[in-house]
Design a protein around this ligand. Sequence first.
Ligand code: G6P
Length: 607
Amino acid sequence: MCGIIGYTGQKRALPILLEGLRRLEYRGYDSAGVALVDRNGLSVTKAAGRIFVLEQLIDTQLPQTHGIGHTRWATHGAPTDVNAHPHVDATDRIALIHNGIIENNRALRTYLEQQGIEFRSETDTEVLVQLIAHFYDGDLEAAVRRALHDVTGTYGIAVVARDELGVIIAARKGSPLIVGVGKGEHLLASDPAAILAHTTQVVYLDDGEMARITPDELRLTTLDAVPVARGVEEVEWSLEQIELSGYDHFMLKEIFEQPEAIETCLRGRIDLTEGAVRLGGLVDCTRELTRAKRIILTACGTAWHAALVGEYLFEELVRIPTETEYASEFRYRNPIIDDGTVVIAVSQSGETADTLAALAEAKQRGALTLGVVNVVGSTVARESDEGVFLHVGPEIGVASTKAFTGQVAVLAMIACYLGRRKHMSPTAAMQFISALAQIPDQMRRFLKNAEQTEGIAEQYCNRENWLYLGRGYNYPVALEGALKLKEISYIHAEGLPAAEMKHGPIALITKGMPVVVIATAGVQYDKILNNIEEVRTRGGSVIAIATEGDKEIQSMAEHVVYVPDTIEPLQPLLTSIPLQLIAYHAAVKRGCNVDKPRNLAKSVTVE
Ligand code: G6P
């Protein structure tokens, strides 16, 4: 939700911090700030608003070679200048930036106020910096360690002290941090995107660990000062992947990246000659997986919609009872997990707090856990027993697009991998894999002629209520289409299993109401035509997503968007794309900030 960047080395820190903040802005964009350190002391600048507001306030020629920066997405305390990070202690010696929540901040504040310390803000973060200063006697690392022992809550922090030039102390509990390793310099970030321009060599911090970082040295310890040895890893993302490269928005870029992204996701994993799926991440648990009695998929938001497609895939291909649970609900409902329950956490970021909590609950109750995750090194990836990465590249747009199709593609591969070991015949597996292999080219073909979606968006973007209907595998796509529209264009939209419409929502349909119906070829095609008829009878305007070659539907819908033909279980990989584009164009036409939608965060790290 918030972003952290730090630099200590020989170069001027400010440009590196500001550039890092711009790259992190997709994670939080209601306020930002930096703290720079040199022999003259601490220099802190912070402001409510986007990074450019901060840039206007600061002398960009400042020479310091040591500093930290933060971009905030408010959870506690309004997005004001005062509440922005860094926070500085009452004696102006220590500055701190923080992702997470200090849960016992009230008790700590009362204690510190009794010691005569005066607070400047209402934030939990200021409490932490005051507490560190309270214990500080010239050794920042020791003071942070001491303070964190009194803290309950979650944090990723970076701390600097006026009198410890070149030193950044970082600590992590529940909020990701990585150290970038350069020549004579180190960087600190909550996300590889922030430092990729400078290094791809990183060291991941685990929960309960601290780092003392200087230009030449990185020292990792546990919170209890036990040294930790950890190797340097290579980040697989490239700089180009996190730049706009000529696109107006990251969301649009990521929609158009889907053919390559899914190609990379499938590469080396599907074997067309043998009709086999190979998933290295599942080798060690294949036996346990095939013996599973029940699979629970857990996720939030778009990932939850992908998981729902996964439920249909697993039940059809693997024939193991599967259910999809909102991570936030799973955790608190005393879930039944017995021998033979497998819990699969699906997440782009691998840092969503609710998903992490569900994963922890599942582990604690003894389930075998898998992660279906995009970000390598993320907490879900590290905490789950086994897993499969999406490999769709970094997703910067807050509205998830290529991660959705990546999640569906991975779940489809897992379903085929397990299905083949249970009931799926070699011929069925071969057909499935051949269809999957064609998806990237089919996506490419669709995207080459997708202008029609812009016209549809233009025609209906002023209608404030939309319905999305789908059946079977396209029911989750209807949910996802509605979510995309809500997220970025602020139009109210509801996604439904098409047949459910007549049990209530049909009352909403009035003349000209846009109703997007996913009506691709399949066993329920005739039924969905009936649903279209029900909409038309009430005056609704039908936007149908149909299979290429389907002429019948033309007389039944105001608009028909054709997608290439594929087998039903894989249709979501194609039918979701026109819905992403309709939402995108509607948002642009309404003048909305597509990549930074109001009130939303890319990665929601609070429950
Ligand atoms: C946030 C994002 C959504 C995303 C959800 C789950 O709400 O705005 O786009 O689907 O979190 O994120 P994850 O990283 O776990 O897939």
